[in-house]
Design a protein around this ligand. Sequence first.
Ligand SMILES: [Fe+2]
Length: 314
Amino acid sequence: MKSWKLHISPAREFSYHASRVGGDAALSRNDDIMSRPHVEFVQAQSLPWRPATFAHLGADVEVKVLSRDAETGATTAILRIPTGWRQAGAFALSADEEFFVLDGALELDGRRYGLHCYGYLPAGYERGAASSATGADILTFFSAEPSLCVRVRSASADVIPFLDAFEMPWHTDKMDPAYGESGLCWKILRRDETARDVTMLVASRPHFHPPDWRGPQERHDCVEEMFLLSGDYIGDRGLMEAGAYFWRPPGLDHGPYGSRGGNLGLFRTLGADLANNWTDDRREIDRDAARHEPIIADMATRASMRSWKAPPRY
Ligand SMILES: [Fe+2]
């Protein structure tokens, strides 16, 4: 089995091994992260909008829950902020909040977060006033149930107040050569050197696919989560189109992958170093396949899913 591992500590360098990575790839924290049910994959379009029930948001904010840990309340969701929305500041949440603007724009703490702007507000970080003149759809990740809490001064040290992904360069630094040689590139939005979490944008070219449409599967020691911002992925669970989402627990073989028209996805890896362990056997994918064979272990997600078909393009 061929393996590759992303080293996120500046003291350690990129490496590429011909044998399986072990040992320090062991799960390093938060067994609760690992307990969130497998969702792979759901099209966000097939899930309903519901009034938000988070303590800091009014019921005029709607939410699509993509996945949730029933024990901790950790949630990945799209928040729909209505036009003219306003929120007073000077409060903190008990959960880390990571967010990425999918549509519209949000103002927070005097900054304007437009399309594909990003922020990471750790638990206890005191936030300022927020508003949206236009309304916004915001991909949001809470690390636990977000309740109101007292401000924690040290939270400011970890904050990433603002990134505009449009202004960041694409690159392949430290990328698995198996991906880099396939024409993939990335932008790293966040690395947590303690928890080993990484948040990144990954783009692939149109017509990306393994030779002869057959390739090895990959397996990680970390959770892998993805929201497809644009384009498509062809994979072992079918054709993912913009709006596709998965939460994949560690240790599951998946892939190979290709793309018809290229794609842009927001990925998070959590709980362990990102390592690609490649299987020796090769699986086939079909560029003409339009099938969807999801694994939805989250009962709430499964119960709320409705059938969805992409509208005709022409
Ligand atoms: Fe993967």
